[in-house]
Design a protein around this ligand. Structure first.
Ligand code: ATP
Length: 439
């Protein structure tokens, strides 16, 4: 009998992430630093798998998309043209008693949520992190760590257009770090000061923008479903007029039901021709597209699906988390989609004091390693080894036992059903690839 509990609280997720090597607090030995997290051995694999799946689906599998990788540091005028210097602000309040600082939209009734003290009037606070280039820290050397990857794609629009020879509609994709001096980083990796974005700028003919906006909203929602997020924990939310960013004609968020409530996973905006026009005006360069049909130069409209890698990783972690009681024993299992699982298969010898079993298990592991990320482990009893792999979400475990020496077959155990089958060593690779959906 299996009894299930699926909704994890954040504390449980944070502690599993630390214990199993997914995510650690940055600079922990110095007491940590707010809004910055480090990914350990399994976390980095999860993140890479998410980015690879995204890149493959939005770039390699489409004829209308190309990739780019632009710098974190850009000319400071970029951020004037984009409107970030003037408008990328959050209203902020301070507590007069405990001196803590909050986003005005995240507190109620002008009372400090920490100590109940009185709050100041809201003041605007620019979210861009400043830095100085070169040896002198003056206004001439001031620039910013990019708060979004998008602008790199806008300012390169003419070069990418020329190099790729694409016709409208087409898009540019990019994955990279972005930085925001969030006033109240919180909820683990959900709101941090340094994070990674996966962004698409999709250029379309004006007039077709609303239709493309709807298509991308569906496309992106389906993407999260394809990799296993629960339908009931996902919803779309359209921004109200007063909530829209300075560049946006319409925005819909894909929200996920995190343990702390519904929150944005990805935003899909209709940025109109705002950015290309602004950069043309500020740089004096031509950022138009020559439309052969009408024989005129036009500014394309832009649809922007903009997601966070860290928020996606957190949602996939939360969604995968299951606690079960199986025959009166507790088990924690991360039911990751096989594509996202950090390790695809683990190989164990049933008895670690039998050198023949150890040697054979190591051989099988190194052969499999050529085809997928594999882990060899013999540091505990078999029950514990299975539990460890369940907790990092490994889809299959392969066990070499005494009989293997006779029948040249091993046991493959399935993470989700816990069913075990006996498979000849020669067929292990193909059986695993098939189970991982790569057969
Ligand atoms: P929020 O309202 O939560 O601050 P936002 O609307 O400012 O987010 P966007 O500017 O639309 O976010 O950024 C696109 C995506 O980048 C978000 O959907 C999110 O996944 C990610 N992102 C933005 N800010 C952060 C952050 N501080 N930490 C982690 N991810 C972030």
């Amino acid at each position: 009998m299996v009894e299930e509990k699926t909704a994890a609280d954040m504390e449980t997720i944070v502690s599993l992430c630390k214990r199993r090597g997914f995510i650690f607090q940055s600079s922990e030995i110095y007491g940590g630093i707010g809004g910055s997290w480090d990914y350990g051995p399994f976390g980095v694999e999860l993140k890479r798998n998410i980015k690879n799946a995204w890149w493959r689906d939005v770039v390699h599998r489409r004829d209308d998309m190309v990739g780019s990788d632009t710098g974190i540091l850009m000319h400071p005028r970029v951020w004037e043209a984009s409107g970030h210097v003037e408008s990328f602000t959050d209203p902020l309040v301070d507590c007069k008693s405990c001196r803590r600082r909050f986003r005005a939209d995240q507190v109620q009734d002008s009372v400090c949520p920490e100590c109940g003290g009185e709050l100041t009037e809201p003041r605007l606070f620019n979210l861009m992190l400043k830095t100085f280039l070169g040896p002198v820290e003056d206004d001439a050397s001031l620039t910013y760590l990019r708060p979004e990857t998008a602008q790199g794609m806008f300012v390169n629009f003419p070069s990418i257009l020329e190099a790729s020879r694409k016709k409208l509609p087409f898009g540019i994709a990019q994955i990279g770090k972005a930085f925001r001096n969030e006033i109240t980083p919180r909820n683990f990796t959900f709101r941090t000061r340094e994070f990674e974005q996966m962004e698409i700028e999709y250029f379309v003919k004006p007039g077709t923008d609303e239709e493309w906006h709807q298509r991308w909203i569906q496309e992106r929602l389906n993407w999260y479903l394809r990799y296993g997020l629960t339908r009931e924990r996902l919803r779309l939310r359209q921004h109200e007029g007063d909530e829209l960013a300075h560049y946006s004609k319409a925005t819909s968020d894909i929200e996920y039901l995190f343990p702390f409530g519904w929150a944005e996973l990805e935003g899909i905006s209709n940025r109109t021709d705002y950015d290309l026009r602004q950069h043309s005006a500020y740089s004096g360069k031509d950022l138009t597209y020559f439309d052969e049909e009408s024989s005129t130069h036009i500014y394309p409209y832009v649809i922007e699906p903009s997601g966070g890698v860290d928020r996606a990783a957190l949602a996939f972690l939360v969604d995968a988390y299951h606690e079960e009681r199986v025959l009166k024993r507790q088990r924690t299992v991360l039911r990751f989609h096989p594509e996202l699982a950090p390790v695809k298969a683990a190989v164990f010898p049933l008895l670690r004091n039998r050198p023949e079993l150890v040697a054979l298990a190591k051989d099988i592991a190194s052969e499999l390693r050529m085809h997928m990320p594999v882990l060899y482990d013999d540091t505990a009893s078999i029950g514990r080894l299975y539990r460890r792999q369940d907790e990092i979400g490994t889809p299959c475990c392969v066990t070499v036992d005494v009989e293997t020496l006779e029948d040249r077959a091993v046991t493959i155990r399935d993470r989700d059903s816990m069913d075990q089958i006996r498979v000849p060593i020669a067929e292990v690779k193909d059986t695993l690839l098939e189970r991982l959906g790569r057969g």
